[in-house]
Ligand binder design. Structure first.
Ligand SMILES: *[C@@H]1O[C@H](CO)[C@@H](O)[C@H](O)[C@H]1NC(C)=O
Ligand SMILES: *[C@@H]1O[C@H](CO)[C@@H](O)[C@H](O)[C@H]1NC(C)=O
Ligand SMILES: *[C@@H]1O[C@H](CO)[C@@H](O)[C@H](O)[C@H]1NC(C)=O
Ligand SMILES: *[C@@H]1O[C@H](CO)[C@@H](O)[C@H](O)[C@H]1NC(C)=O
Ligand SMILES: *[C@@H]1O[C@H](CO)[C@@H](O)[C@H](O)[C@H]1NC(C)=O
Ligand SMILES: *[C@@H]1O[C@H](CO)[C@@H](O)[C@H](O)[C@H]1NC(C)=O
Length: 383
């Protein structure tokens, strides 16, 4: 897809083209392997690379600090020679060289992402992790129809979830973690329209409500929402992700919910972390059906009852954390789980448990009732 560059802008940047570049040290080798060089060599001059040149010059101007001098060689029209820039034959035209990837991971670069970024319309990979980019992702990025991997983790990006992301047809890997994004995560993020393979949204200020309409339509194998704020309850439809889900991390998301038995349908799940929430009720026995489970962390919730024996008999379970709940019993088979943390519960005659006072006080609270929607049902007050 080609963008129209206004003539004036083009003239302006073509002027910059003839400005001399100061001598710069050689760029350090890039961490990512470059795509195989095209053969026979394609011309480094074409309209797409000209547009890319405009984009990179605008970007360079939007950079305020570049302590590793990664963009020092971003001069002149040969953009494919720039540090962190990878060119390849355009998928829609094998005779045309185009910019297919940008990798500035761990650059510590400060600045913002200008709207001209959208001129990189053939970009498949954009890796900007561990920099200091602030502001938002420019909406012009909706032109990146081939974008497959977007990693902007560990920056200072803010604002709402960039809505254009949900319309990128090829996006598979989306990593927004460790930024300052806020507001809702649109349910389209989990929709089959987007069909992500991995979503990392953790450690942002996102707030969103769990429901059958969100989350559970996801096709992702990895979903990490830790340290965000989730409302609502874990819906029974969580089991609908059975074909794809391998890792689910909902650590510290302030969910107050029961754990629906349908979670046991997630037979491919290897890592489940629901710790540091307000989960109540009992651990469903069906977790014992999750035959791929290797790591289970339900620590620091308000779970009660017994740890089901079937869970401790899971063949691959190697790390089980039930600490910080109110469990009153744990079967001996749990002693065979290589890494086990059951401290701070109410297991009689067991080391490192809560005080008898705490356990008695909890036992006198009315037990949590789980409603059909997965929520903790309000207690009926008895006169
Ligand atoms: C970057 O360039 C500046 C000015 O040319 C130089 O002083 C500095 O040492 C360079 N830094 C690195 C990490 O190469
Ligand atoms: C720049 O790229 C061209 C091909 O596009 C290549 O022939 C040339 O050696 C490169 N120059 C430098 C300094 O890397
Ligand atoms: C993150 O956003 C909040 C407002 O939502 C703001 O007060 C805070 O300074 C921002 N932090 C960073 C590191 O940008
Ligand atoms: C999720 O799937 C259900 C049932 O297939 C559908 O009705 C709903 O619109 C989907 N939601 C999204 C956000 O795709
Ligand atoms: C939970 O997340 C909040 C921010 O959302 C953070 O301040 C707090 O330290 C986190 N707690 C744990 C146990 O990670
Ligand atoms: C075991 O799980 C706990 C809690 O999730 C985690 O902190 C710890 O790092 C894990 N240990 C290993 C060796 O994976």
């Amino acid at each position: 897809m080609q963008l129209m560059i206004p003539k004036q802008t083009r003239a302006l940047f073509l002027c910059l083209l003839i400005l001399p570049c100061l001598p710069q040290p050689l760029p350090s080798p890039s961490p990512s392997p470059a795509p195989a060089p095209p053969s026979p060599p394609l011309s480094p001059f074409n309209e797409r690379l000209e547009a890319a040149y405009v984009a990179f010059q605008a970007w360079k101007h939007a950079i305020t600090e570049d302590p590793k001098n990664l963009t020092a060689d971003w001069c002149g029209p040969l953009v494919c020679n720039y540090t962190g820039v990878y060119c390849a034959a355009a998928p829609d035209d094998p005779h045309t060289l185009t910019v297919a990837g940008v990798d500035l991971n761990h650059g510590d670069i400060a600045g913002c992402l200008p709207d001209h970024l959208g001129l990189l319309a053939d970009l498949a990979l954009l890796h900007l992790n561990s920099n200091r980019f602030h502001g938002t992702l420019p909406p012009s990025m909706h032109h990146m129809r081939l974008l497959f991997e977007l990693d902007v983790s560990n920056n200072l990006l803010s604002g709402e979830f960039p809505s254009f992301l949900t319309s990128l047809p090829n996006l598979k890997f989306l990593d927004l973690r460790f930024n300052n994004f806020s507001g809702d995560l649109p349910s389209a993020v989990f929709g089959r329209g987007l069909s992500l393979d991995a979503l990392f949204a953790n450690d942002n200020k996102f707030k969103f409500s769990l429901s059958a309409a969100s989350l559970t339509n996801s096709t992702a194998s990895v979903i990490v929402l830790a340290n965000t704020r989730l409302a609502g309850c874990i819906p029974a439809s969580i089991g609908d992700m059975a074909e794809t889900l391998v890792e689910l991390i909902l650590l510290n998301t302030s969910i107050a919910s029961c754990i629906p038995p349908e979670i046991g349908r997630l037979r491919k799940l290897r890592v489940l972390d629901l710790s540091h929430n307000q989960l109540a009720g009992e651990l469903p026995e069906t977790i014992g059906d999750m035959e791929s489970l290797e790591v289970l962390n339900v620590g620091y919730n308000e779970l009660a009852g017994e740890v089901p024996e079937a869970i401790c008999e899971l063949p691959r379970l190697r790390n089980l954390t039930v600490a910080g709940n109110f469990f009153c019993d744990e079967p001996v088979s749990c002693l065979h789980v290589p890494l086990r943390d059951d401290r701070m519960n109410c297991i009689p005659d067991w080391p490192h448990q809560r005080s008898p006072e705490e356990c008695i006080a909890f036992a006198h609270r009315p037990p949590a009732h789980c409603a059909a929607d997965g929520c903790i049902a309000a207690h009926l007050s008895t006169p």
